[in-house]
Design a protein around this ligand. Sequence first.
Ligand code: DGL
Length: 266
Amino acid sequence: VAEVKKIGVFDSGLGGLTVLKTLQRELPGCSFVYLGDTARTPYGSKSGSTVVRYSVECATFLARHDIDLLVVACNTASSVALEEIARVVSCPVIGTIAPAVRECLSHQEREGGLVGILGTRATIQSAAYQRAIHSANPAIALSAQPCPLFVPLVEEGITSGPIVEKIVEFYLRPLREEGVSSLILGCTHYPLLLGPIRDFMGNHIAIVECADAIAREIQSSHDIPLDRGGTSRFFVTDEVSRFNSLASTFLQGALVEAIKVDSLGS
Ligand code: DGL
């Protein structure tokens, strides 16, 4: 089992911080290098070939930081670019889809019922989740819903209140009416809207987040340092001030001083 001390994590913006926060908590001995491609967010409304190009650039940038493992903390990139990413880095790569699907299936086996999938337009159109679930069990009934307004809300720091409630209702009403029993948050931005999503859907459904599933996957397949000495560094492609303040709020007051990179240099 290879030892993992330093982990690269990237997303199109703030969403991957939902993964980073869990990894910092679960793997306190690891150090992290986070890249938010804030100049080019959102990825989810762009074409597959554009997302592949951006994702490969992000992965190449992080690979230069001596990482032992790369976490693609973006479902859009994981849906359409995982193979290309794995081709350009020499370390192991973990995306969001397989861990989240494993988590969802273990709930589904116990409870049964309809599985709802939320994601960006690109993620839902790629059908990566639908394929992964159906290759494990073709009998599972699925209902997939793109929620393109969620990412801009989160990037604006708007995560509660009447605007969010209206938009949550707009996207989720059909799933609630169909009676989904588990719901995959197939976008790493969406856990920031967990409160309003939970309030609308009710406490009886299981909500699957990618972050816990990824942490468990790393713990089970890699050797992790046991001390608590991990550090985190942050890079963004747009100006730092908004990212710093939203990121420190989200990471519960941890001081975030991101460095702006002018070119990811592919
Ligand atoms: N957070 C990302 C995802 O998981 C990307 C959102 C976006 O940039 O559209 O899909």
